[in-house]
Design a protein around this ligand. Sequence first.
Ligand SMILES: Cc1cc2nc3c(=O)[nH]c(=O)nc-3n(C[C@H](O)[C@H](O)[C@H](O)COP(=O)(O)OP(=O)(O)OC[C@H]3O[C@@H](n4cnc5c(N)ncnc54)[C@H](O)[C@@H]3O)c2cc1C
Length: 248
Amino acid sequence: MTTENADIEARAVVIASGAFQMPRIPAISSAFSPEVRQLTATSYRNPSQVPAGTVLVAGDGATGRQIALELAATHKVLLATGRSRRVTPERVLGRSVFWWLDHLGVLRASRNTRIGRRMMAGDPFPGRGLALPRLRKAGVAVMPRLAAGHGKTVRFADGGVADIGAVVWATGYRDDSDWVGMPAAKGPDGDFVESRGVSPVPGLYFVGRSWQWTRGSALLTGVDADAAYVTAQITRTLVDHHASSQRT
Ligand SMILES: Cc1cc2nc3c(=O)[nH]c(=O)nc-3n(C[C@H](O)[C@H](O)[C@H](O)COP(=O)(O)OP(=O)(O)OC[C@H]3O[C@@H](n4cnc5c(N)ncnc54)[C@H](O)[C@@H]3O)c2cc1C
């Protein structure tokens, strides 16, 4: 492993470089004319960055919906939506919804359990003000999935078309994995490959990835269990390695 200051040899390496590293931008983006201002959820700061006229916000997770709502005060906003998402209240009986999810065990239900699978499929997020009817009321045009783009024109999954002057990509994140020179550590899209934090590359581990094991895997509430599991795997591997080297 090479750092800015030294080369380090290690039997085990844990990559904890974060679950939300680089904006995931769909290939459609390259079909737009240079006149279309393209921003991401990372580069977007406020509506003054967006030229007057129609702006497409692509992606209706919590981030896309918040940006669409903010832009609706000053721009004509189209929001391209993906799969249907559930929106929960932020607080229930005076407590954060995450407090309840943690105490009811939902944040710690593994991706292999029924409740874990339901959480993954529904992918709910808190913020009643972000429900689609509220956005429509604020003037946001809620559109189906973005299907294609060409020049300044976008086409949606229902065949509807519109001309836009800007787009904000709020379509999720991908791994920054260029610095890891082990092809087996990555899938075809460059994202890291792991199973419960264990890479197919011997000695390589991960902590803090989205849904690494539970909904809590990439949250402060929940990462501890994954860290304990990965630590146990590393310890076991190193002990086994030590025992076999003693025998030979
Ligand atoms: C919009 C948003 C809202 C969120 N809200 C919450 C919330 O309310 N509660 C909550 O618990 N979580 C929330 N999260 C998740 C939050 O990101 C994680 O809980 C927490 O930051 C994870 O910590 P981490 O150390 O795993 O990763 P990070 O905080 O992302 O830290 C990773 C670090 O690794 C560094 N790094 C990357 N590559 C390298 C490299 N090659 N070499 C050295 N260092 C490197 C990065 O610079 C960074 O400092 C939110 C995330 C987002 C995007």
